[in-house]
Design a protein. Sequence first.
Length: 294
Amino acid sequence: MTSDGVAAGAVDAAAVERTRTAAAEADRVVVKAGTNSLTDAESRLDRVKLDKLVADVMDLRRRGKEVVLVSSGAVGAGIGRLGNGGGNAAVDVDEGRDEIEESQALSTVGQSLLMRHYTQSFDRYDQPVAQILVTGADLDTPERFDNFTNTVETLLEWGVVPVINENDAVATDELRIGDNDMLSASVAIALGVDLLVTLTDVGGVYTGNPKRDADATLIEAVGANYDAVRELIGESTTSEFGGIQTKVEGARDVAEHGAPAVIAGSERRDVLERIAAAKPTGTLFVPTAGETNE
């Protein structure tokens, strides 16, 4: 498989511009921040990265947009607090337990620490936040689904930024997938948002793994070329880079429900502000109603 089918001209230029404008004009946005966008090289919560994320979110809030933040990082915060000599109750997180079981326990330690950092960071802007822990079952069960959406709607009406994380203590599927990409897509669809932005530690979706392949190029837009993109990513996936598959699937799911999605680099300066200004940023997913295979 070559990258010819995912070249810049593979998606109708007019559809791309319409989608970019729609993304800029979005009133309600889900921003998903993955583990690597919030942790350091040792998998510990990185306060500098978290503060940068909060500053980016506030760029959207200053434009009057409603923002729901889907955040990973609880396990990393737990590692920073307990693992490898951290804190007064240091434990060796590398030995002795099943990986999923260990991650669940670490998340329970890290969740309150993660929210404390978010609260402190958002307090700099006098922005209130709220924590919501969910599992996939919460969105699949009608009564729980209604409770979830009603709570989020109320918080947004109050001007609060909901910070949503998977309930790792009781759910293993999200931990196995990593970075709760599909959860963020489900949340975006459930809330009927106008835009999903998935922030990652690379600049978007590439024709190969940019961490290993110097010739990998950014795929600027995904629409009618989705099948070619999915196949290309499947061929280039490694255990290190496998998370991009679920990010692409989640973004595509949102696009199939009529809203644009963007996968972009969390380290890029003013990344969310750029999207809100309709500037080319990362990889744009065109709603399927705006781009066909014909």
